[in-house]
Design a protein around this ligand. Structure first.
Ligand SMILES: [Zn+2]
Length: 198
């Protein structure tokens, strides 16, 4: 899911007045599919299959469109195939402290996609951050919980000014202002029935 250079070009965003005293973040040429549950989603091109246009790989940068899709379908972050173990139905998940917030003794939030059983060793080899402090779990279910978003407020002339980066905004329960001034970049899922693999 590593991003290519030409996929990292951000589209300009702006505030528009949708009701009296109510502003909302939008694109210059918005489409209804730009919003998910009331929050604007970052537009990201997918140039993976266009080697002449995509530019070089940017290690450490994520194509957030592919991240989103991987979370929707629970696809492996390495090979992009379904990650669940076909025999047990459980989903292997490599987690580090920085990408995981525990919510219960066997549950928590993450924005990192799963890793299929065949790719766990490769993922650990390829990614120094994982090698340093990853724990391998299997999980019973992973349900969409919300997004990580950049939060903007309107300055003079309705120019958006960034005031929060990678803020977790839960679906439906987040403050409405976050939804209207948020630009969703990554999908967060809630993992349930986690078991550590020794
Ligand atoms: Zn895989």
């Amino acid at each position: 899911m590593t991003a290519f250079a030409n996929e990292l070009i951000a589209e300009p965003i702006q505030f528009e007045q949708i009701e009296r005293n109510l502003l909302q973040l939008t694109y210059r040429t918005p489409s209804p599919t730009d919003w998910v549950n009331g929050i604007l989603r970052a537009r990201v091109p997918d140039l993976r299959d266009q080697p002449d246009q995509r530019g070089p790989e940017r290690m450490g940068k994520l194509n957030t469109l592919r991240q989103w899709h991987a979370m929707d379908k629970l696809l492996c972050q390495v090979c992009a195939e379904p990650a669940a173990n076909v025999r047990t139905g459980r989903i292997p998940w490599l987690l580090t402290e920085t990408v995981f917030q525990r919510t219960g003794y066997d549950s928590g939030h993450t924005d990192t996609p799963p890793t299929c059983p065949d790719c766990v060793d490769d993922a650990l080899k390829q990614c120094p951050a994982l090698r340093a402090g990853a724990a391998l779990y299997t999980v019973a279910t992973a349900l969409t919980a919300g997004v990580l978003a950049d939060l903007y407020r309107p300055a003079r002339d309705l120019m958006p000014v960034l005031y929060g980066h990678n803020v977790f905004v839960p679906w439906h329960t987040g403050p409405a202002a976050h939804h209207r001034g948020g630009l969703a970049t990554r999908q967060v899922v809630h993992l349930h029935g986690m078991k550590a693999v020794i």
